[in-house]
Design a protein around this ligand. Structure first.
Ligand SMILES: [Zn+2]
Length: 504
């Protein structure tokens, strides 16, 4: 509720308190129509802004053209998506007509168009964060999550979903523990939140990065295993079973842990995790589902062998060497390196102020062994996605971290590349889920005809000033903000407006 702004349309006033489904139902079988006028469009791919109008029909971008008329008689076939302008009848008709299939056959119905005047602002795709943890939205430590009930985790995930949408993220990729539940609640319209792609329980070997049980707990005894947020699997047979169960519970792809990690306690960072046979078992199950495997990895040798075994997405990968970067690009794998770990400001992270804290030592080792990364990325330009990967952080520190992450990738790679990571590249990665894609009808992360209507209107031009999307170039000493990001004036997801502070 906090970020519901002034609205220029009735459906948007309903959006946060009721549902997309309700808004749809209120207009019967005719989808809502929104026409964005007086906007400069960043399409998620190309440099520069285009002075065009954008017509949204239902949950899709229907037409992009210079000066789309607000009235006149247009016939839109909602089954095929085709449209044509009809001659104005005597006396004139405002609005659009739709050809719809009813029980009585094909009928033409008229509908009002909601016109939104962007007043020269930038219209762009909704943002995509390709590495989040909806089920770890809590302050503390990973062992501290052992004390969390499903009720608290679910409520926190709901809070997280609203937080992300308010920041302009209309799609996220969850990388450990979300199955299909939260997505179902959001997609039915009961909860404002982004689209969610989920890995299901992350798959880890005993003593690996996903083994978060406290000392003395055996396999299957820890809270996060019982809640199926993480899953310990040893040997190809258990990998097969665990991976299949993930898909059965609503996962869209798989995440495996092939190196040690920073936040976990039992695994050294240099740990080489999972045998080739175990990795291949996961790749086979994902292939059977027409989807892919993503890996948590830090060590170059593990990254290299897992690419050879068919893993398609590299998360972290900070110690990558030049030959492995070449291989990554050749295999057209996606790179999701969690770059803020390398920001000078990361040393000020509150978690890293205690040198006796085990994750701090791992973190410092990684920084020391990742000095080549930025140069390799700039040289080989792998397909990169935006990945925040914050865990165990909520509220103001979480917002500061997210705002800084937006700014840091732009600082390193320029605004266009950063924006592509946050939009079209994230959309391409989403489509890697193949026939199991929960959103298969259109592209994500782009402004083009036929794409899903996930749209932001922001103050200023983000290609020139990344603060237009709420980026802040300082981290923990940034001024605290509330949930609302004021420069993001309008947020539409799936054709439904969740925020609108544009003047009517
Ligand atoms: Zn992560």
């Amino acid at each position: 509720m906090k970020y519901l702004g002034k609205s220029t349309m009735m459906a948007s006033a309903l959006a946060l308190t009721t549902s997309a489904a309700f808004a749809q139902e209120a207009t019967g079988d005719i989808p809502p129509v929104t026409l964005f006028k007086n906007v400069m469009v960043f399409d998620g791919v190309n440099d520069g802004l285009k002075d065009v109008d954008v017509l949204v029909v239902g949950n899709k971008i229907h037409k992009i053209d210079a000066d789309i008329p607000e009235g006149g008689k247009w016939e839109v076939d909602v089954r095929t998506g085709g449209s044509k302008r009809l001659p104005d009848p005597v006396g004139g008709i405002d609005g659009y007509s739709f050809t719809v299939q009813t029980e009585r056959g094909i009928e033409t119905k008229e509908v009002d168009v909601t016109v939104i005047d962007g007043d020269g602002r930038t219209l762009m795709p909704g943002l995509i964060d390709s590495h989040v943890h909806v089920n770890m939205y809590k302050n503390g430590t990973i062992p501290g999550l052992q004390d969390t009930t499903w009720e608290e985790i679910g409520a926190r995930a709901a809070a997280f979903a609203q937080e992300m949408l308010a920041m302009g993220f209309t799609t996220v990729r969850d990388m450990c523990g979300a199955h299909g539940g939260l997505r179902a609640v959001i997609d039915e319209g009961s909860l404002p939140g982004p689209r969610i792609y989920s890995s299901g329980a992350c798959l880890s070997q005993t003593g690996g990065h996903g083994d978060w049980g406290i000392a003395g707990q055996r396999k299957n005894e820890s809270n996060l295993e019982r809640l199926e947020i993480t899953r310990l699997v040893d040997g190809p047979a258990e990998v097969l079973q665990g991976a299949r169960r993930n898909f059965a519970l609503g996962a869209n792809y798989l995440k495996i842990m092939v190196s040690g990690g920073v936040t976990s306690i039992k695994d050294p960072i240099y740990q080489s995790a999972f045998t080739n046979e175990e990795i291949s078992a996961a790749v086979e199950v994902a292939g059977d589902m027409d989807s892919y495997v993503a890996m948590h990895v830090f060590m170059d040798s593990d990254l290299s062998r897992a690419l050879d075994l068919g893993v398609k997405v590299v998360d972290h990968g900070l110690t990558i060497t030049e030959p492995t970067m070449q291989k990554l690009v050749e295999k057209e794998a996606f790179f999701s390196p969690n770059l803020t770990a390398l920001a000078p400001e990361a040393l000020e992270h509150p978690m890293h102020q205690d040198p006796t804290f085990p994750p701090t030592a791992k973190f410092l080792w990684l920084r020391e062994n990742s000095k080549q990364l930025m140069d390799l990325v700039k040289k080989y330009k792998p397909k990169m996605v935006f990945d925040s990967d914050y865990v165990l952080l909520t509220g103001v520190p979480y917002r500061q971290s997210m705002d800084f992450t937006k700014a840091f990738v732009a600082r390193e790679f320029g605004n266009l590349w950063a924006l592509q990571m946050m939009t079209s590249n994230g959309g391409e990665l989403a489509a890697l889920t193949g026939r199991g894609n929960p959103y298969p009808e259109g592209k994500l992360g782009v402004i083009e005809e036929g794409a899903y209507a996930d749209i932001l209107i922001v103050d200023g031009n983000p290609l020139e000033d990344i603060s237009a999307i709420g980026a802040v170039d300082t981290w923990f000493d940034a001024p605290p903000r509330g949930q609302d990001v004021p420069s993001i004036r309008m947020i539409m997801k799936d054709g439904v407006i969740y925020k609108n502070t544009l003047e009517s």
